[in-house]
Structures are given as C-alpha cells and as structure tokens.
Design a protein around this ligand. Structure first.
Ligand code: ADP
Ligand code: MG
Length: 343
C-alpha cells in the first residue's frame, strides 16, 4: 500500500538572480516595474523608456497566456491534454509545439540528462501537487519504463503523439521560453530594454540604458543573497539548484531535479549551476541537465558546444567557471575566499 508520509517540507521560492540596477541611475520617469505571481514563482518585470508600462502589461499577459498552455496541472492546457491523450494525437498551439521540438533537441544534446518525459517520476515524488513522498523502488522502475524522449512523435501541423503512459513536463524549460516570449511582447509594445526575472531565470533585453553591460548577481544557495556577479549582454542567465524545492524525510533531503536514468533526485558535485546563453529555453534546459551531469560533464559538453557559458558552485564550496567568463565574473564582499577555477 502506498504510504503518505509525514514530511517536513522546505519550500524556498527564492529569486536566485538579482540584477544590479538602481532606479536613480535612469531617472524616475524612465524605469517601470511590475510584478506578477505565475509559474509558481514571483516574476518581476522591469522596462525602460516611455512605453514601459505598456511593455509590462504586454509581458504580463504573455506570461499568463503561455502559463495556460504549458501547465501540467491546468486541465485545459496543451500539456495536460497530451498527458491525458491515451495514445491519440493531440493538436496543440504553435508555441507548445515549438517548445516540445526544442525540448527534444536539448534532450538529444544532453543525452537525456534533460528529459521532457520525466513527468511520471516527478509526480511519484509529489513535486507536482506538493504531496511529497518517497516512492517504492518498484514504482520508480515502472514509471521509468515510460520515460524516453524518443516516445514523442511530432506529426507536423502542431500535432503531437505520445504512447499511453508517457507524459510530458516542460517545467525545466518553460520559464526560459516564457522569458524570451515576454521580451518579444515587450518589444512589440515599444520597449527596447528591460529585465524579466522569473525565479532563477533572468532575461536581459536590449542594452543596459547606461550603455554598459548588465550586471547580474547569482544568489548563494544557503544565504539567499548574491555572492557573485557576472557581466552579461542581451540574453538569458538561468540558475538551477536543489535548494529551490525539496523535502526532508527521515533526515534525508529529496529535491526536484531528477536523474532520468535512476528516477531519484540527481546527485552530482553541483550545489548550483548558472548558465549564460542567448536562448532562454536552452539556458533553462541546460542548467537542469548540468545539475544532473555534474561539473566534469559541464566542461565536457562545453568543449563540443560553444554557445553557452557556466558558473558552477560545487558542494565543496568551490566555483568552477567556463574560460570565456574570465574577467566577467566577480566575487562579492564576504565571499572573496571562495576558490575559483576556470575550465
Ligand atoms: P526550476 O523550475 O525550479 O527553476 P529547473 O529548471 O531545473 O528548476 O526545472 C526543474 C523542474 O523540471 C522540476 O520541477 C520537474 O518538473 C522537471 N524536471 C526534473 N528533473 C528533470 C530532468 N532531468 N529533465 C527535465 N525536467 C526535469
Ligand atoms: Mg531548467
């Protein structure tokens, strides 16, 4: 019989990345800010210029629109309909179709470390409805038999088919994708530069109005404040870490990033990993995959794939940073003693 366990839940919805920009730098009139609670996190939108308020409104409605399409729990979402399809083909929006295509390519790139069909496992652990529990081994084994990205068939014309039992979860790329799409919506509304910060995912749009690079702070997993900052241009900066969502049972902490090979929470040498790249969904998917794979894997992948950079804080409290970020990262006050290796 399945036992529902008495579990202490520590849910830390912290904003992992902070963008260093103060209102006074730009003048009161030109900086506009808005907040919205969506995707299980607090999202802040900053827009510069006279069309700022229109831009923020456009970004907010884009976030709501895409959340409705991509949610695993909303019964009317595209993803919910695919997951309930019992092997039948389902027609989805062009955005969902595009994101599934991207998810498959990231899964292929990372040899399944990022795995969009991981949903049956995520559900077993209770990460979907916050009904946390440690599943029996046999349950994990059974659920794993349905986890395989090759089970997804893209039929063209926005039609998707998965066999019964296979279910999708785009949670590890959705925020990155929605950041990019919201920036496009802001641009259409007349905004040229801004920041969309979605709990650990930062989308930088256009140029910093001061005509310098943006400075993004990476939060320390334990302290919840920025410990390091990175200079970045337009693009995405995404951080993944086990401390974002987890529960403790019998003294063991179980977290929400799953190793799709084992069906258990991933155990690597990484405490938190930040990925910098242009494409938001790639940044998001890679941050999850690198967390699963560990720092050696990150360096290996970076050798064959030159369009991303990373900042890894290891469980030994060391910082491993990809070579191209040398000179662009800086430890903040109080954290100067962290050892940095460039790789
Ligand atoms: P967050 O969404 O908390 O910022 P991630 O981007 O790393 O963190 O995504 C984690 C979410 O993605 C989990 O909550 C789960 O729904 C799903 N997931 C967990 N493990 C994997 C994995 N290996 N590949 C793809 N999706 C995953
Ligand atoms: Mg991710």
């Amino acid at each position: 019989m399945k036992k529902h366990l008495n579990i202490t839940v520590s849910l830390m919805l912290i904003i992992l990345c902070t963008v260093f920009a103060s209102a006074c730098d730009y003048g009161e009139a030109s900086q506009h800010r808005g907040e919205i609670y969506a995707l299980d996190t607090l999202i802040t939108v900053t827009a510069y210029g006279e069309k700022g308020d229109e831009g923020i409104a456009a970004a907010k409605s884009e976030i709501r629109r895409l959340e409705k399409l991509l949610s695993v729990t909303d019964e009317n979402s595209d993803i919910f309909r695919i997951n309930a399809s019992k092997g039948e083909a389902v027609e989805v929006s062009s955005e969902t179709y595009e994101l599934i295509e991207k998810a498959i390519s990231i899964s292929v790139l990372t040899e399944g470390k990022f795995e969009p069909t991981v949903f049956p496992i995520v559900k077993l652990w209770g990460f979907t409805d916050k009904n946390y529990r440690v599943p029996e081994e046999i349950e994990i084994k059974n659920a794993l038999s349905n986890v395989n990205c090759e089970n997804i068939t893209l039929l063209g014309e926005n039609r998707v088919k998965v066999p019964e039992g296979t279910q999708l979860d785009l949670g590890a790329v959705a925020k990155g994708y929605i950041g990019d799409m919201s920036a496009i919506a802001m641009e259409k509304a007349g905004v040229e530069s801004g920041i969309i910060s979605l709990g650990g995912n930062v989308k930088l749009m256009g140029e910093n109005p001061q005509n310098d690079s943006w400075n993004v702070g990476v939060n320390h997993p334990e302290d919840g404040v920025a410990f390091c900052k990175v200079k970045a241009e337009e693009g995405s900066i995404v951080t993944s870490g086990a401390y974002q969502r987890n529960f403790v049972f019998q003294g063991v902490t179980y977290h929400h990033i799953i190793n799709p090979e084992t069906g258990y929470p991933a155990e690597s040498d990484i405490e938190s990993v930040t990925v910098v790249t242009q494409d938001g969904s790639l940044a998001d998917g890679l941050s999850t995959a690198l967390y699963v794979g560990g720092s050696e894997y990150a360096a290996e992948l970076r050798k064959s794939q030159s369009d991303f950079e990373y900042i890894i804080l290891t469980k030994n409290n060391e910082l491993i940073i990809s070579q191209a970020l040398k000179g662009k990262t800086e430890l903040l006050e109080g954290y100067e003693n962290i050892k940095i290796t460039y790789r």
